[in-house]
Design a protein around this ligand. Sequence first.
Ligand code: MRU
Length: 370
Amino acid sequence: MTNRDDVKTLEWIGDADGSLRLVDQTRLPGELAFVECRDVESVWQAIRALVVRGAPAIGIAAAYGVVIGTRGALSMRDLAECVTKAADYLATSRPTAVNLFWALDRMRRRCAALCSASLDVSAARTALLAEAQAIHDEDRRTCRAIGEHGAALLSDGDNVLTHCNAGALATGGDGTALAVIFAAVRQGKRIHVWVDETRPLWQGARLTAWELAQRGIPATLITDSMAAHVMSLGKVQAVVVGADRIAANGDAANKIGTYGVAIAAAAHGVPLYVAAPTSTFDLSLADGSAIPIEQRRAEEISAPHGRRIAPEVVAVYNPAFDVTPARLIRGIICDVGLISPVTRDGIARAILAKPQPAATTAPPVFPVAE
Ligand code: MRU
């Protein structure tokens, strides 16, 4: 699978003059094809077209895109201009996943630090590549930690429902929500996964089902509209999803349909966990109402795969994400531990906490002192 050495979701090829190789996620599961990005425009297009997708993976791709943008810089002044230009442009590719802006800010800060040290351009470009690779490597470790923290919440024999794809294809490592399932399986727990197909772009059917099949984990694909029904039958013990941006109070934006799943889970007493790295938190936003929601093309709904299924005259509304209120989230599984209950204080404490090694048994909990 994508986190094994043979197939990588994102891979940098070569030195600072190299290129970014991406699994083309628009072609899966039918074809395992790759896209090679050698200029900033192709990185922007890859993010926009969901060739690379999932909040952490978008951030990693953008960081490498900044390195690509510095090709041809002749002086440190040039370099700073190239970084600003590339980062400003890549920031316009998609609006919701905050990991994109987090990674671009990190690249800008690194560039500023390099500019104040007296390095030559070539050494500075190598240092920028090292920063992008550090973002990528850290994400691998982050995924591993999320998996270990979250696995403790699952029991042998559980049926877990997930929405969209928060797996190895969405990150630099094993994923977030799927990392929890992968870690539980590694611990010897028998887990069965309900996979929401995830309309309109089928990240669940195309990508999550593929990742689970690659690993031999039992899974059943359902339409999004069946989630409440399988919960009503007592066939779901936990819901685990990823996130694209989490506000300071714990409201979490994720793929459209997650909010509906959360309402159904609450109605049936099924715990819903959001799995996300600390880079997905946006503490500048008091709550989820300020999270920018990406609107996508009408044809994704009215003409999927180029085949028109609705009259051209009909109006289409196509928000790519929705916001699940914190009150519907039992816990946020992040790299520094489990935040439960989900409150502003608990989040602030967890995010300010020093990163810890992955838990092997019970995850650290950040409760709120009322
Ligand atoms: O539009 P996408 O496919 O980029 O949306 C992805 C999601 O909503 C994921 O659940 C989220 O980014 C978490 S990925 C670890």
